[in-house]
Ligand binder design. Structure first.
Ligand SMILES: C[S@@+](CC[C@H](N)C(=O)[O-])C[C@H]1O[C@@H](n2cnc3c(N)ncnc32)[C@H](O)[C@@H]1O
Length: 259
């Protein structure tokens, strides 16, 4: 299927922040309930070890994505690991919820952090979950180039492939939103109003979900990005797919060869 970079509401700077946050909260809820990322722990562990730091800088963190489940597994395997959540549109309430979950492990940056140009003081394995598709080809390449230029390891995960089955699956997302909303924390009256009375949240999640499938890069497209990077040969690139029942995770792991 051809890639289409249609707009997502989430990316529009004028889109109301609280509605965007309800969307990223929903993704956080679903990612942990469905345990999307349980098979990626070996990839993350490898990235952490290659980075030489017990630190993760998560870019485009949204509402925290699948970190609740991932972090409890990582903690067992790498005691003392620290995870810093960042975003261009930080969802601070959600970040605080993650800190409450584990104050030793989670940190966040309240200021805007652009995945295209990560501040040098943020040191550690860079991660991105369900967000690489937000960037047009040249910008996605800039994310990788920025990691290479700063000698940082990077691990990118997409919990879907670009195909018709996933487009159709996303057609059902409004129903999932209607069922999940009462269980999403923190409780918020606005969330209920804009889900059930004025159903903006299910509709925006429907649109963004379908468009995000159409925007997702294939493994071949990610490979060609890495082939076009400056100093690409200094890095080892692993671009693979993990299948776990109905869940497919595409990942790109890049790390300096001398690490
Ligand atoms: C679909 S959400 C994914 C959130 C989370 N990682 C998850 O798995 O649920 C995409 C996120 O990308 C963020 N984003 C978009 N453009 C960005 C940029 N230039 N730099 C950093 N984050 C960005 C959005 O604010 C949003 O939180």
């Amino acid at each position: 299927m051809k890639r289409y970079h249609l707009f997502e509401f989430e990316d529009l700077s004028w889109f109301p922040k609280f509605i965007r946050d309800y969307g990223t909260d929903f993704l956080e809820f679903i990612s942990n309930k469905a345990d999307f990322y349980k098979e990626i722990i070996p990839v993350l562990k490898k990235g952490i070890s290659k980075s030489g730091q017990k630190k993760i800088i998560d870019l485009a963190s949204g509402g925290g994505g699948g970190w609740k489940k991932i972090s409890s597994r990582l903690k067992e395997e790498i005691p003392g690991i620290k995870i810093t959540l960042t975003d261009f549109y930080p969802n601070e309430k959600a970040f605080k919820k993650m800190l409450k979950h584990d104050r030793e492990m989670f940190f966040y940056v309240p200021e805007k952090i652009n995945a295209l140009d990560v501040p040098k003081q943020l040191i550690g394995l860079r991660t991105q979950f369900l967000s690489f598709h937000h960037f047009k080809y040249n910008d996605a390449k800039k994310i990788l180039q920025n990691a290479v230029d700063n000698n940082m390891s990077i691990a990118i995960f997409e919990a879907q492939e670009r195909n018709m089955a996933n487009v159709l699956k996303n057609m059902f997302s409004p129903i999932m939103v209607l069922f999940a909303t009462p269980f999403i924390r923190p409780f918020n009256l606005g969330r209920l109003i804009f889900t059930y009375l004025i159903p903006i949240v299910p509709l925006f999640i429907l649109w963004d979900g379908v468009v995000s499938v159409l925007r997702t890069y294939t493994l071949e497209e990610m490979k060609s990005m890495t082939h076009e990077l400056n100093n690409r040969l200094r890095y080892k690139w692993e671009i693979e797919k993990i299948e776990d029942g109905p869940i497919t995770i595409l990942y790109l792991l890049g790390y300096p060869k001398k690490s």
